[in-house]
Write a protein that binds this ligand. Structure first.
Ligand SMILES: [Zn+2]
Length: 207
């Protein structure tokens, strides 16, 4: 299981790198298995991972095997898993378009795209706190129960999925959505969907 997960993280990390979703050594990726979490080590480049770039930790954050320096955001990941038993993988990235919204302090909460409303509802913005801090966990964790994608102000984004592939595909979808929003701004701004239409999408979502 662990070896398969590492291979998946390496592969989807590489794809994220190719698409410039995880520039340089920014961000981190983790996956849950049994009662443990495998995560990228501190200072790794997620687009160029190899087998030695992983730490396995328990839910207290203690390193059980692998690299002795897990990601500095390890407790942020662990808290997400704790609150959401349905998720098995987390990508935290500084992907440029989502990070542009996070840096501008603008949540992606307008009803513009039926697909985004259907998949995520809204994409909220957590208040700024120092990366790796308990305060960042406090500011972000209030959204964990209801959201799979959360912007971190002046920082980046955190995306949760049922599998490594699912989390990656969500990241791809929302990063491209952020890009579309910026392009639409150049064209005079995206049009907001009527409340009636939004309601229909939420009804589909609840089916
Ligand atoms: Zn970060």
């Amino acid at each position: 299981m662990l070896e398969i997960l590492k291979k998946e993280i390496i592969e989807y990390g590489r794809l994220a790198g190719e698409k410039n979703y995880t520039p340089g050594i920014s961000g981190n990726i983790s996956a849950k298995f049994e009662n443990k979490v495998v995560m990228t080590a501190s200072g790794c480049a997620n687009g160029y991972l190899s087998e030695g770039d992983f730490s396995v930790v328990d839910f207290e954050g203690s390193v059980l095997e692998g690299n002795e320096k897990p990601s500095t955001e390890k407790f942020l990941h662990l808290e997400y898993y704790r609150q959401r038993p349905d998720i098995n993988c987390i990508f935290h990235t500084h992907s440029p378009y989502l990070t542009a919204f996070a840096s501008a302090g603008i949540p992606l909460d307008m009803n513009i795209s039926p697909e985004i409303i259907y998949c995520f509802g809204k994409i909220p913005l957590a208040s700024y706190a120092l990366p790796g801090s308990q305060e960042l966990i406090n500011n972000t964790s209030k959204y964990f129960k209801d959201y799979d994608v959360i912007l971190l102000k002046n920082h980046g984004v955190i995306v949760a999925g049922k599998s490594v592939k699912d989390a990656y595909l969500k990241l791809e979808l929302v990063e491209e959505y952020a890009k579309t929003n910026i392009c639409a701004k150049i064209l005079g701004g995206a049009k907001i969907l009527d409340e009636n239409e939004v309601q229909k999408i939420y009804e589909l979502r609840n089916k």
